[in-house]
Design a protein around this ligand. Sequence first.
Ligand SMILES: Cc1cc2nc3c(=O)[nH]c(=O)nc-3n(C[C@H](O)[C@H](O)[C@H](O)COP(=O)(O)OP(=O)(O)OC[C@H]3O[C@@H](n4cnc5c(N)ncnc54)[C@H](O)[C@@H]3O)c2cc1C
Ligand code: FES
Length: 248
Amino acid sequence: MKYDVRQLPLISNREIAQGIFDMRLAYHQADLPVLCGQFAHVYVPGKTLRRPISVCDASDGELRLVYQVKGGGTEIMSQMQSGTVDVLVPLGNGFDIQSGRRYCLIGGGIGVPPMLYTAKQCDRPLIITGFRNQSLVILQDDLQAQGETLLCTDDGSAGQKGFVTDLLRARIGEVDEVCACGPTPMLKAVAAVCKEFGKPCQVSLEERMGCGVGACLVCAVKVRKNGEEVMQHVCKNGPVFNAEEVVF
Ligand SMILES: Cc1cc2nc3c(=O)[nH]c(=O)nc-3n(C[C@H](O)[C@H](O)[C@H](O)COP(=O)(O)OP(=O)(O)OC[C@H]3O[C@@H](n4cnc5c(N)ncnc54)[C@H](O)[C@@H]3O)c2cc1C
Ligand code: FES
């Protein structure tokens, strides 16, 4: 897979929900096309390791990264207001989207952003988003422009009260395949529903990363291949895996 380090001009970087920022960088795909579900590895001044952030969108001359402030690195990112950002992009294997199939795209919390660019590659996607509460809800208008978008929160403060799997169960008969990104317990629950209903499912995993390109072994996860458990790299073999192969 072709990737490169780019110095991308910062267009904007604004807070769109409590502690969640929308960074837009000037990016033209011509020589480095970005696939949905791939990620960018962002250099943060003063930090040795880059920070992996999923591509939220890569249309219209922009690379859009939506991220939550978690620690020192993302805090520094949230303060960037001008100049260029040093980004290693595009990394990993994204979602496999085939034409003629109807997809249900599921995002949980800060796993919602990659579903926007993914939705743009799908025909009539059904999009399900889940958040802990109303203050963390993001990207609803962007997603609604791409397909029917359902919202739920754990506490019922926005959308339906409950979990993404409740909405998935009610609508899974309408789709051919499911793609999901979010916290591991959510991915495990989505994968179980898909198995129950016999629907293929792709999940985007998250692991701590070092190099981002398969050289350091930091991001190893256990997957099942041909009946045997083997270790693979989230950065290079993923972050998207066939849910049936993941050892949760
Ligand atoms: C493939 C992938 C895609 C991601 N996409 C997004 C996204 O779109 N939006 C978003 O908000 N977050 C995303 N994350 C999580 C994001 O990378 C971490 O929240 C971020 O690296 C935390 O950095 P920090 O310096 O603020 O926190 P610190 O805790 O100070 O980080 C210390 C170190 O741990 C690593 N680290 C900490 N938490 C994580 C984590 N959850 N995953 C990977 N490395 C971590 C950091 O990269 C850093 O090297 C993604 C992670 C992966 C692996
Ligand atoms: S982060 Fe180095 S091998 Fe994946």
